[in-house]
Design a protein around this ligand. Sequence first.
Ligand SMILES: *[C@@H]1O[C@H](CO)[C@@H](O)[C@H](O)[C@H]1NC(C)=O
Ligand SMILES: *[C@@H]1O[C@H](CO)[C@@H](O)[C@H](O)[C@H]1NC(C)=O
Length: 167
Amino acid sequence: MKTLLLLSGLVILGASVPTPAPVPVTVPGPTYHAFCRTLWLFASTCGEVSTRLVQQIQAFNPMLGCEKCHYTLVSGTPLGIHANHTSTDGLTAENLTFALSATVMTAGCRVTAQSTSMGFTSLLDYGLNYCNLYDLLSASGLASGPGFMEITNEWACLGYGLATCKV
Ligand SMILES: *[C@@H]1O[C@H](CO)[C@@H](O)[C@H](O)[C@H]1NC(C)=O
Ligand SMILES: *[C@@H]1O[C@H](CO)[C@@H](O)[C@H](O)[C@H]1NC(C)=O
């Protein structure tokens, strides 16, 4: 039985609590998956927001060899986008998901964006996961689009506030 705790931007996936054993046994330690979850609001349709995010992810494909080309599109629809991000040295890999839903009152779109470190990372990811999301937002022009708002905090998004993303 896995336990899942949400704690200050960390998912701690552990095995069941080991019962004390008379002989010391090596129990694999918990793995810490740093993540950033953030909420974006736009005064544009989800179709438009989705298209721009997908186009930006494709424009940052490693095959193109540009500076920020570390993103691979896994799937993209107006309701949800999945992408991978891998550092140049291949040492870090993150899983990016975007869930889009229309806001009825303002004919806008709300997006729950999350970047999750797949492997072990230090408790402080220096804004890596936040910047994975922010770099797409910024490069696609969505950050300066109509009605843009971001809602997150240090608890939902590790490194938020510390992060200085190179744009
Ligand atoms: C994305 O990452 C997952 C997990 O590492 C991998 O299984 C999958 O093949 C990757 N997809 C693409 C399109 O790179
Ligand atoms: C990617 O992250 C999402 C959470 O945003 C999770 O539900 C999904 O299982 C992850 N995918 C992989 C391949 O780990």
